[in-house]
Design a protein around this ligand. Sequence first.
Ligand code: PEP
Length: 249
Amino acid sequence: MRKLIAGNWKMNGLREDGTALAKTIAERARGNDAPEVDWLVCPPFTLLHAVADQLAGSPVRLGAQDCHYAENGAHTGDVAPAMLRDLCCSHVIVGHSERRQNHGETNELVQAKAEAARAHGMTPILCIGETQAERDAGRAMDVLTRQLEGSLPAAGDGELVIAYEPVWAIGTGRTATADDVRAAHAHVRAQLKKTYGEMSGAQMRILYGGSVKPANAGDLMATDDVNGALVGGASLKPDDFWRIGEAAG
Ligand code: PEP
């Protein structure tokens, strides 16, 4: 399966540097020596328009970091899926642990967002992952099961991507070992097959996220059932982001 290298810029970037970053990635991805991966960048809402302009005509896709589940209406500060589609987004991250933690997002809400994204022709990147305390208590796999059971969208048309992101590895510089990642991804794969059937479950990408860097990307991307990476900090450095893609290609 061709790997997806997705950059989550989080709450970073003003017009000048965000535009320059997108331009650099788009130019490299257009080149003949670009690795055989799918590229995606997910800037903050404020930069979607400017980044879309930079990516036009390049193979780099555009994603958002969140969406509301409603069509429109009285939801101050929120952004509807149709608005993202209108800005050429093909993907939207839902259920990132920073939203689950900082905004109290529940599995039920994440599921509604994932379904709304799909209804508008976008691919949700649905994030799951255990905390350090849950891992230490030997509950990591149970937590993943619970999150998947509660937040997977109903079977239907459209793509779905899962991102396994152990909370303790996000932005900390600590990475899960290849064995931990292999076990978690196998667990997720089994759950996807159980929910959507053998064939569909086998075709869905499962990304790893959590302090992915050029130095660890080779090992992580070579791990069974790892179909790409969701990259936070390193996606803001074009050379690092590129080298992660090369390690995956
Ligand atoms: C993320 O935010 O999804 C992430 C994985 O961040 P980082 O790569 O910085 O750990």
